[in-house]
Design a binder for this molecule. Structure first.
Ligand code: NAP
Length: 348
């Protein structure tokens, strides 16, 4: 019996997350990339830009027009914010579904979105039906969605790390701290002084300490999990490495939860999740343990009577972007959720 194959388009296939979609979908048993777009390289063979794919593809970059994308079953937007929402209506009208890796369909409050992203939302009606693509939170809704707003990389690591504690009501929701560090690929492939080798190598710094664009998205998730307004401090840092996010999360336990078995709480919460690995108590997960794979690995620690610490690591380009997007595609098209996503990590 031949299995149905999902025809996928990638808008922004020259970028880092677009390239990771290409690499992962190439191995997917039930998906085929049929359209790759780039405004700057339209007409160029894909393997000319990515010699690592020589011998494996005959695709040629095209312009990102709605007509070119209409023949796809699903389009991944691996583009800066503002692109997916400007094309969404036409693409949906052609019967094509959308997985947007940018922030266009992540935040339901359009006014808040405009404040952080500096533009009006182009299609609030489509935003309303869009589902936030964190399968561990919204799996059933994702299955039915026409539009998925794929989560940001930091919000994925933070949300998965705090979810069991918040759902159980075990922590004071105004004591949450997310101290997050990312490799430089998180900033995308476009040339910027801040991510030049000489600026990043042998250096380490925080940025966005007074407020980063992922803060409202993190707050939206944590509020939903806690069922009340939370107060989270989120500070991202730029690491002198290519990929990976390590997030150290802090919270104060409520007095009634001081003796709770938190390790059991987390193991129970994630035992059926194919892409979340609760490590043994006392572990220290590292970014190298998830390099190139769709996994969030985490571990719990206690310090002092009240403080709980969660260490959460992901690959920003995989569970933080392209792998999670494929996980969402699998759900949307009724495929095995893990299809194409079970390759092992690259280590060392
Ligand atoms: N990097 C990460 O770790 C990460 C993680 C989670 C989410 N994201 C999000 O995913 C999206 C892509 O990120 P990235 O890091 O892969 O970006 P990137 O490396 O900078 O690539 C951006 C891609 O978008 C295309 N593009 C730019 N402007 C466009 C436009 N107006 N219309 C059509 N295509 C356009 C570019 O190609 P052309 O200019 O040739 O068309 C390029 O292929 C962003 O929204 C980012 O915030 C990234």
């Amino acid at each position: 019996m031949t299995l149905p194959v999902v025809k996928a388009g990638i808008v922004g296939a020259t970028g880092y997350s677009g390239a990771e979609l290409l690499r992962l979908l190439k191995e997917h048993p039930q998906a085929e990339v049929t359209v790759v777009t780039s405004r700057s390289l339209a007409g160029t063979r894909l393997d000319q830009e990515f010699p690592s794919l020589r011998g494996q593809t005959d695709l040629v970059f095209s312009e990102p027009t709605a007509e070119a994308l209409a023949a796809c079953d699903v389009v991944f937007y691996a583009t800066p914010h503002g692109v997916a929402m400007s094309q969404a209506r036409e693409v949906l009208e052609a019967g094509t579904r959308i997985i947007d890796l940018s922030a266009d369909f992540r935040i339901q409050d359009t006014q808040l979105w405009s404040e952080w992203y500096g533009m009006e939302h182009a299609c609030p009606d489509i935003l309303k039906e869009a589902v936030y693509g964190l399968p561990e939170m919204y799996r059933d809704d994702i299955r039915k969605a026409r539009v998925v707003g794929n989560p940001g990389c930091y919000p994925t690591a933070v949300t998965l790390g705090l979810a069991p504690l918040l759902k159980a009501g075990f922590v004071d929701v105004d004591t949450l701290i997310a101290d997050s560090k990312s490799g430089a690929s998180g900033a995308g492939r476009g040339a910027k002084v801040g991510t030049l080798f000489c600026e990043v190598a042998e250096d380490f710094k925080a940025y966005g300490a007074t407020g980063h664009r992922h803060l409202p998205e993190i707050a939206q998730n944590l509020d939903a999990l806690a069922g009340t307004e939370t107060d989270v401090t989120f500070v991202p840092h730029l690491l002198p490495m290519v990929r990976g996010i390590e997030t150290t999360l802090y919270a104060n336990l409520k007095s009634e939860a001081l003796d709770a078995d938190l390790q059991a709480l987390y193991e129970q919460a994630y035992c059926d999740e194919p892409f979340v690995d609760m490590m043994p108590a006392g572990s220290h997960p590292s970014t190298g343990m998830v390099r190139g794979i769709n996994q969030c690995r985490m571990a719990l620690h206690r310090q002092g009577p009240k403080r709980v610490i969660v260490l959460s690591v992901i690959d920003n380009l995989i569970k933080g972007a392209s792998g999670q997007a494929i996980q969402n595609m699998n759900l949307m098209f009724g495929l095995d959720e893990t299809a194409g996503l079970m390759a092992g990590p690259v280590w060392p």
